[in-house]
Design a protein around this ligand. Structure first.
Ligand SMILES: Cc1cc2nc3c(=O)[nH]c(=O)nc-3n(C[C@H](O)[C@H](O)[C@H](O)COP(=O)(O)OP(=O)(O)OC[C@H]3O[C@@H](n4cnc5c(N)ncnc54)[C@H](O)[C@@H]3O)c2cc1C
Ligand SMILES: *[C@@H]1O[C@H](CO)[C@@H](O)[C@H](O)[C@H]1NC(C)=O
Ligand SMILES: *[C@@H]1O[C@H](CO)[C@@H](O)[C@H](O)[C@H]1NC(C)=O
Length: 488
């Protein structure tokens, strides 16, 4: 059942009257006895906005999430059609002391989202417009636009901007936490592309934030904590080399793990060439090795017909393409639990790599339910990322070379399996962290499981959290935005 705003006012009464008076749904009881969102909020919403109640198609579609970790408890969805709808929904939520959460691609998976209880979901899917400025240097992109739509629209005009590498996430979801992507070596992070943001604050006020605002610093790296972004003006650029990329890939068996990561250290780190991305993951391919996991390793190169023997010669050969399309397994929302335990590294410790690999391999053997899991080791070039002064945004640890995280996937099957998966992910990153000799564990906020804590997400320099907390007091003193990796 869907309610179109203009028609809703009278409908909720009949909606409530269709329900059995003994319904067990607590939210229905609350909704129908509280007065109702449809008549109170509906008349303030634009004609294309919708209110979706549980069990309706729109509700199920919009609350379907990538992972069961971090599932917020949502009692009603407001599908907004413009920024004013966002403002009105927030004011309504404030009046009724209800929590609210902006939802975009639905790929946020951090345990802190579970604190949303009886919440109003602000669904941004209609905010997907894209317009390219006349001078071709920027594009204004709706706060709910998915990466694939953005990339395709820009490409049609021979333009591009930095997005995450998956087609299914939004641009702003990753961007508010920094945002890593294939183009970062030349163009920096997703957040570094922002020119201005239109957003709605916790009290329902619409503002435009740009470099002249004190909030600008916080929006780039910790932006989930300050407002709902309805539109982004982002830098764009011409697509160079006709968008040419090449790649080579390899599969290594367990006996090659140490030498592989030693070779990557020597060949690619610490000054990875600007046109090179290295990417590897641990996975299970019984046809290749029924007893042990294997490592798949890619080298990608921008602007060249082939990666080039100077990079590929040291590595042995086999094949399979990086699977990150919309239809690929990592993008799907199929009721799986998907857990990530990120840790930033400067370089590989081959011995620790081997130990982490062995644990992954052993656990997959013992618990076949976890066998579809991966362990990702992303080595984007960071030359462009380091150009931005470290203290100029809320993104911490800009000079980390490697973004590491497990990606444990399984059908939920009780606490035993959850514990096993959680232990595997946490233990693997602890092995790599200890092996690194690094002083602090940094965990990329957009991959975080939720147990790492604010310093791990936002930086260990005390001034960083102090600065974030001061902005919080100014822009969100009631702490209404405190569900995605909160620091308060
Ligand atoms: C398959 C896959 C691939 C990924 N690839 C990359 C990658 O290449 N690079 C990278 O950096 N990260 C990547 N990530 C991580 C990604 O950054 C996070 O999962 C991110 O939260 C996804 O955003 P979303 O819009 O899809 O999810 P959502 O769950 O809709 O959003 C995440 C959180 O962001 C907030 N939010 C979203 N939109 C807005 C808005 N307009 N205004 C205010 N707050 C908002 C909400 O609070 C929400 O809880 C990937 C994740 C997955 C699952
Ligand atoms: C959401 O919370 C309410 C109580 O606040 C509870 O009755 C309901 O079962 C919860 N929904 C889910 C899906 O857990
Ligand atoms: C909303 O919050 C902002 C930031 O704190 C403040 O400047 C503005 O005056 C507030 N608006 C209202 C209507 O309270």
């Amino acid at each position: 059942m869907e309610f179109v705003a203009v028609a809703v006012a009278g409908l909720v009464g009949s909606f409530c009257s269709t329900l059995s008076p003994t319904t067990e749904l607590a939210w229905v009881n609350r909704l129908c006895s509280r007065g109702d969102i449809a008549s109170e909020l509906g008349s303030f919403l634009s004609p294309n906005a919708n209110i979706h109640f549980p069990r309706s198609e729109g509700f199920l579609e919009s609350t379907n999430r990538w992972s069961t970790l971090g599932t917020p408890n949502i009692s009603v969805v407001v599908e907004v059609a413009n920024e004013n709808d966002v403002a009105e929904t927030i004011k309504y939520a404030n009046t009724h002391s209800l929590p609210f959460l902006a939802v975009n691609g639905g790929h946020g998976a951090i345990s802190s989202l579970e604190a949303v209880n009886n919440g109003i979901q602000i669904w941004l899917n209609q905010l997907n417009s894209i317009s390219i400025a006349k001078d071709g240097s920027t594009a204004t992109i709706g706060g709910g636009a998915p990466s694939k739509h953005i990339t395709e629209t820009l490409w049609a005009e021979n333009k591009q901007t930095v997005t995450g590498i998956c087609e299914c996430t939004s641009l702003i979801g990753p961007g508010l936490g920094g945002g890593h992507g294939a183009l970062q070596a030349n163009y920096r992070l997703v957040a570094d592309q922002f020119v201005s943001l239109d957003m709605v604050l916790a009290n329902g006020t619409l503002i435009t934030v740009d470099e002249n605002s004190d909030l600008w610093w916080g929006m780039k790296g910790a932006g989930h904590n300050f407002g709902v972004v309805t539109s982004i003006t982002s830098k764009i650029c011409d697509v160079p080399h006709n968008g040419l990329w090449s790649y080579t890939n390899f599969i290594f068996t367990h006996d090659k793990v140490e030498v592989l990561y030693e070779t990557i250290n020597e060949m690619l780190l610490p000054d990875q060439p600007q046109d090179i991305i290295s990417f590897s993951f641990f996975t299970n391919i019984p046809a290749i090795d029924p007893e042990n996991s294997v490592v798949i390793f890619f080298i990608l190169r921008e602007g060249k017909e082939a990666v080039g023997s100077e990079y590929t010669d040291p590595f042995t050969n086999l094949a399979k393409w990086l699977r990150m399309e919309e239809t690929s397994p990592p993008c799907q929302k199929e009721g799986n639990t998907q857990l990530r335990f990120p840790v930033d590294l400067q370089e590989f410790n081959p011995t620790a790599q081997h130990a982490a690999f062995d644990l992954f391999s052993k656990t997959a053997n013992e618990a076949p339910a976890l066998a579809a899991s991966l362990f990702l080791l992303e080595g984007y070039s960071i030359q462009g990322v380091k150009v931005i002064p470290a203290d100029s945004t809320a993104v911490p640890n800009r000079d980390a070379n490697l973004l590491i995280s497990s990606y444990l996937v399984y059908k939920p099957d009780g606490e035993g399996l959850d514990t096993k998966a959680w232990d595997l992910g946490e233990n693997m990153r602890q092995i790599l962290f200890k092996g690194s000799g690094q002083e602090h564990m940094y965990s990329y906020v957009n991959y975080a499981a939720g147990n790492e804590g604010p310093r791990s997400w936002y930086g260990y320099e005390p001034w960083r959290l102090e600065k974030l907390r001061a902005l919080k007091e100014k822009y969100d003193p009631e702490h209404r935005f405190s569900f995605y990796a909160p620091f308060d």
